[in-house]
Ligand binder design. Structure first.
Ligand code: SME
Length: 156
């Protein structure tokens, strides 16, 4: 397992994802424990992509329950249909939120969060977890993030 990520600072966002994903793939290869892998993925994304907050919410007992994350402390449970995460779970869709204040029912775990992307992992037709990434800037996420984060979730 590599001990550090190699990401030249000159890279643009797409180049960073392209460089980071194979590194994450080798980071999780050979480890079968889901929580261990989610923990390393959260760290790799937070520090590799310089995101404000990166974390996973896992579906447990009909709620989303906070899993491995990197960043400020966060809400521990989210009900189906609530907030961006709960809506992504309910709809089984990626949600790109350019301005969290414009998203009805957005759950503000941290007032510095300004934009957000939530990507669900669907297995056998059911959402098993969502990846939530927050930025402290408006309009931080687009189709490039969606494409690479969806690809990343396929590695889990
Ligand atoms: N904003 C999310 C809640 C989770 S935090 O951002 C870490 C939401 O509305 O579902």
């Amino acid at each position: 397992m590599a001990e550090e990520l190699l990401l030249p600072t000159s890279m643009n966002k797409e180049e960073r994802y392209k460089s980071l994903l194979p590194q994450i793939e080798s980071l999780v290869a050979g480890e079968e424990d889901l929580i261990a892998n989610l923990a390393n993925i959260a760290s790799a994304l937070k520090y590799g992509m310089q995101f404000f907050w990166v974390g996973f919410y896992l579906v447990k007992d009909n709620s989303l329950v906070l899993g491995p994350f990197q960043g400020p402390i966060a809400c521990t449970r989210i009900a189906k249909g609530k907030g961006v995460c709960g809506k992504s779970w309910e709809d089984k869709n990626v949600l790109l939120v350019p301005d969290v204040d414009q998203f009805p029912g957005h759950i503000a775990c941290n007032s510095e969060s300004k934009s957000e992307i939530v990507v669900p992992l669907v297995r056998d037709g059911e959402v098993v977890l969502v990846l939530d990434v927050d930025s402290d800037q408006l309009n931080s996420f687009d189709e490039v993030d969606q494409r690479y984060l969806e690809r990343l979730l396929e590695m889990i």
